[in-house]
Design a protein around this ligand. Sequence first.
Ligand code: AMP
Ligand code: ZN
Length: 473
Amino acid sequence: MSLTLYNTLSRRKETFQPIDPARVRMYVCGPTVYDYAHIGNARPVIVFDLLFRLLRHVYGADHVTYARNITDVDDKINARAAQDFPKLPLNEAIRRVTSATEQQFHDDIAALGVLPPSVEPRATEHIEEMKQLCDALVARGHAYVAEGHVLFDVSSMADYGKLSNRSLEEMEAGARVEVAPYKKGQMDFVLWKPSKAGEPAWPSPSGIDIPGRPGWHIECSAMSEKHLGPVFDIHGGGIDLVFPHHENEIAQSRCAHGTPVMANLWMHNGFLMVEGEKMSKSLGNFITINELLETKKFGASPWHGRVIRLAMLGTHYRQPIDWTADRLLQARATLLDFADLVSGVEPAAAPNADVIAALSDDLNTPSALSIIHGLAKSARRNADTAAELSATLAFMGLYGGETRDELNVGVEAVAVDAAKVDALVAARLAARRSKDFKESDRLRDELAAMGVALKDAKDPTTGEIVTTWEIAR
Ligand code: AMP
Ligand code: ZN
């Protein structure tokens, strides 16, 4: 069976053909470790974990290498370290911030059913490789040294801008940033820069006698080359990374090695919004994975990691996703159903073939999940289907033997007063009709905290919205 994936580079779906089927190689840009990962960061982690699982299924677990890096050199890290540990030497403060954040990231995503990647390189452990790349780029005439910096000369690359589909002229016209005096060209970007006093610093590449540190883009070029080679199969990340990060990774890697591509296939997940708005600290809708797992901040109850994963996979990875409490409620009700059907069932040897086929069509998770719903229906009557459902859910990372109580984390075991629920449901509908969405959301959250899941549907004859409810517990 063939695997088809959308390639940002060619802007179409392509049949995936690995360079070496015995060693399929994928690189995904990982987190910059200075703060809790937010729910938007969870999207690429979950999406590419699913792809990793699919590749292992198709090519064999021993034939896939997945590298997801840790960015532990960055201005944001320095700032956070100075703020959190003002009395410590900066390097010690940075070490504390990055190691605690990395541990937190691992704990949070493990709860989401994410497998560890094959390798997880850290930027600080690849400084030598980054310097070698700088030297190679200067030697080949693609970079220059100026005032303690190494800069990439974008005019030296004929097809710079191919991934983001923009010409150099367009980019220059659109750029409003003030151009640093040491840059030859407006779009030239930093490969290496001098460190300020007290900041992390390493001996610089050739021709620079003051210590410095790498730019962000060069980190991924160096780490991917070290672990996957100069040309590999798949490179992934969120859509916001296409420009400038991935464009610049491509420029560096291709020009340093004289290769026509860095990776054959470039994949990007769409953005996550929260309740219809861009997630931001100032809007007050910024939500971390950890807050979802452990607090009542979103939707009035904590959510089990598998519920979060299912809610994420309900939308195709290339579409934008709107993160809502309703989405989580529906996912929880669904998983509780599934858990009932597969608990104590010995899983079949392999996941369902139609689900694999759906995922093999550019990771079509909505289609895969609708097939799974069909399996669940017949699993009620058929033990073989129940065994297949169990294997399929485990394959997708959606079930790991959790009990109902575990999936219902934080939902209070109160006996629900049906008359009270009816009254709250009616009040929410009234609030919605009068467009008081704040109040209707508040009532929905209050119901969620009672373990009540709502379903809105249009009455086909009157066109009015009718709400039904069920106990998610
Ligand atoms: P960062 O730490 O900002 O470099 O982000 C780490 C990963 O999360 C990158 O692949 C980003 O593209 C991705 N990402 C960040 N914010 C969002 C969002 N709101 N929705 C989807 N992906 C995101
Ligand atoms: Zn990267």
